[in-house]
Design a protein around this ligand. Sequence first.
Ligand code: GLA
Length: 354
Amino acid sequence: MVEFQQIFQVPAVVQASAPGRVNVLGEHTDYNEGFVLPTAIPQHTTVFLSYSPDSNHHFYSTNLNEGITVNPAASPPSGFARYLDGCVRVLQQAGYEIPPLNGLVTSTVPIGAGLSSSAALEVAMLRGLRSLLHLDLTDVQLAQLGQQAEIQYAGVHCGILDQMAASLADPEHLLFLDTRSLDRQLLPLPAGTELVVIDSGVARSLASSSYNQRRAECEAAAHLLGVKALRDVSDPQQAERLPAPLCYRARHVITENDRVLRVLTGLSAGTFGDLMNASHASLRDDYEVSVPALDALVALLQTTPGVFGARLTGAGFGGACVALGVKGEAGAIGAMALQRYAQAGYHGHVLVPQ
Ligand code: GLA
């Protein structure tokens, strides 16, 4: 890559990419050891690596047009470099010797849209390190290391959804994943459908603090119900015994897991869409992670001709929405929904189809 050579005066030795993801069903279930259903999106992140000429890492982001030198012996950096440096540190914790690096990142995954730009960066970096240093690591291990980098160095106490999707999903399939056992299956979309993904234009705010709070609420609910994780409860009635707001949080997780499991039975587009609509209502009313812009965009999508169902995707508090539409009509659906969204005073943009 010309840019790498210009910045570091040496060619890159390896390059590796990983995609962003859109989660189609199964939100806030992963850290409850439940079920998720992501797919990869065409947008991706690429990392180029070579060896550093000195004892420091030198990282550069073409998107931010910003470079940073990181002393591996000093405290971790902030900004984009924390993900790269975090991957190095988790590998070191796992016993691997990692030399000082030159690293350049370039990405088409939008940041803050709930499409896992950070997991794409972590998995691309870990893939790059695996190939540079010939590390004997599986794709699942890469996802687990990426999750550790996110938890320890980005401060988000996340589950494994995003990193497993970045490491194992492809854009042609849904990745059904049991986040407890990591058993997985690639599934087709319902016959005659394709996905539409629209960025609401509202950046996620308070995302990490509210996210960590939701996670703590779920752990408290599981503890009160006497189970290891909310995954172990399948009857939503059981949640009624809990005090508010734990009863609502638990009800979302229990019903959401059930929605994902129902997909395994092979659903029609209409039934699948109904489950997406129910998921959004549950995220809005029980889990309380929606915001007015997302509710407006979802409502517009749900009433756009050719749409079977729509919901917010990702952690919530802003970011993107996903809809299931008639195959061949995703472009028209996206354009129509966006026009109506603009009339309502918002400014989003279509991410899928590209
Ligand atoms: C974020 C987290 C994931 C998952 C989703 C919500 O993307 O990183 O682990 O919890 O939110 O489903």
